[in-house]
Write a protein that binds this ligand. Structure first.
Ligand SMILES: [Ca+2]
Ligand SMILES: [Ca+2]
Ligand SMILES: [Ca+2]
Length: 227
């Protein structure tokens, strides 16, 4: 669930992701727009994901709002996964053209009550089993960058299951509205096991990664700005 005022009317709105159903129609994410409250009454919400263009039908685990193009309104990053049978021999190359069902999605807020899916134009074409995300300007260029944590399942022949995700860093390339994907070999952020959530400590560059199941919680310190 993510809460943000996405229509800039001063009232916080609610975006709820859905992941538990193989039927895409039943897996649509929901957006409840806050109509505000009068005379001390509770606020009234209207579900409007379809009309806003963000009724994502993938199996979404989490979502977050950030202003990736710095135009003053909040854009939406959605973590998508797939439910698959797990077999020891279930390996294949990753799909890196944005077409995978478990490719994350980036929706640009048009500022008029609609969003546009800009996933592929923005270069977010990394298949992976994501579990958590965090936004921070890692290279101090004024544009927010993204870190995505995930599930690597196991150590295995080089890359793990096809959707293994050991920590992606997405560096914004500013005005081009493109992201460059830094895998662990480039970023140094190597997440083993199940990395369920990410949190940047305020006033510091430390990143806390919460582990799931038997995975440990980890803390990372940024020692160098990405180029
Ligand atoms: Ca609002
Ligand atoms: Ca924006
Ligand atoms: Ca940046």
């Amino acid at each position: 669930m993510a809460i943000a005022d996405i229509n800039s009317d001063g009232w916080p709105d609610v975006y709820l992701t859905s992941t538990a159903n193989r039927n895409p129609e039943k897996c649509k994410n929901r957006l409840w727009i806050n109509n505000g409250a009068e005379n001390g009454k509770d606020p009234i919400f209207t579900e409007m994901a379809e009309s806003y263009g963000i009724a994502d039908m993938h199996q979404s685990v989490a979502a977050g709002f950030f202003d990736y193009d710095r135009d003053g309104d909040l854009d939406l990053y959605v973590l998508n996964n797939t439910l698959n049978k797990r077999m020891d021999a279930f390996y294949r190359p990753k799909i890196n053209d944005g077409s995978a069902a478990n490719n994350d999605r980036l929706y640009r807020n048009n500022g008029n009550g609609t969003f546009t899916d800009v996933t592929v134009p923005a270069g977010i074409v990394c298949e992976g089993f994501g579990l958590g995300m965090a936004f921070s300007d890692l290279n101090n260029d004024g544009y927010p960058d993204v870190i995505v944590s995930g599930n690597d399942y196991s150590w295995d022949v080089s890359t793990g299951y096809f959707d293994a995700l050991k920590g992606y860093v997405l560096i914004s390339r500013g005005k081009s509205q493109l992201f460059e994907i830094l895998p662990p070999s480039k970023s140094g952020l190597l997440l083993q096991g199940m990395a369920g959530a990410l949190l940047f400590l305020e006033g510091d560059t430390s990143l806390v990664v919460a582990g799931m199941n038997r995975s440990k919680a980890l803390t990372f310190k940024q020692i160098k700005k990405p180029l």
